[in-house]
Design a protein around this ligand. Sequence first.
Ligand code: FNR
Ligand code: LAC
Length: 362
Amino acid sequence: MPETNDPSRVFPPTLHDLEGAAEGVASREAWDYIAHGAGDEATMRANADAWGRWRLRPHVLRDMSDVQVATTVLGTAVSAPVLIAPTAMHRFVHDEGERATARAAARAGVVYVVSMAATTSLEDVAAAAPDAPRWAQMYMLRDRGRTQALAERAAAAGYTAIVASVDGAAVPRRSRLKGGALVPPDWFRFPNLAGPDDPDSTDLMGMVSDFDPATTFEDLGRFAEWSGLPVVVKGVMRGDDAVLCLDGGAAAIAVSNHGGRTLDGVAATAEVLPEVVEAVDGRAEVYVDGGIRSGVDVLRALCLGARAVMIGRPVLWGLAVDGEDGAAEVVTQLADELGRAMALCGRDRVERVGTDLLLPVT
Ligand code: FNR
Ligand code: LAC
């Protein structure tokens, strides 16, 4: 619980400061990979800007002596409505890579969504923080047998949900990367994504072309069949699609444009979240990611109907600057800022926030 009235608490730097520090310590290749977006990066910038177009209309004179930001996601208790989004290759910024992130999530009391393109196996991530809740992200591969095997591995290793990303119908163009592609260090390994024919491949963009462009709503149920786990569909940007996902068996919807990394010109997630929440109409939890950079942004997302947010790049900044401690600090700082923002808006529980707190800037 955030100590909203403790004057002795030293304010950590903002995520903006952390971003600058991370750029200073990461290698050039790692930084370009993490920071970039697709095309001219308009969607990436729009994600962050769009949250700022909602301003707060606080309530005053409510008893704010006990503010709590804890909640649940798919029934799992978490200390704050924040999930660690799946991002590839954590060893790019820290030797301990995904193990450090797993321990950070455990310490901060939130769910870590492990990427299919992690540089650590699902099993080793699980072993690093055995008691912490974890979800496994994957794309449907052209080779259904390989996809099934990964879903089964996730279930066996104690993951409690599959996050099926659905924004992989084409390989994106990424202009900031040399030649539009990425060349990871040759000692990297992709133990969840690499195929049996080439288990030591470091050709991430080549492996990305294994994603099956023929995937449809009917395939969502397969992830559940193979794993026995609830399926979160990540990458939904429209209300009508959200409904089709639920009809196809999805347990939750994650509104995401992949941090502006897949198609430039796509809407900001804050712009489409209300439409998705309305279409889902309480049938399932809705999460959102993209450009969330403060506790006030988290509050804005919750007011618009998100159950929780996912954080991508900021966790990598924390990991780059201070490993496990840095990644944990990003989450605890967002939770602390959210608690202060709720107190100053007269709302002491996350389930009590709503659109009445928001005023759109026109
Ligand atoms: C990602 N993202 C991502 N998503 C996914 O489903 N599988 C993946 O492997 C990756 N990899 C990845 C790598 C890096 C370096 C970034 C920055 C992002 C997208 C991620 O889950 C999330 O949608 C965005 O990062 C959210 O936006 P912010 O918080 O980075 O602005
Ligand atoms: C990315 C892929 C790996 O965003 O999801 O870089």
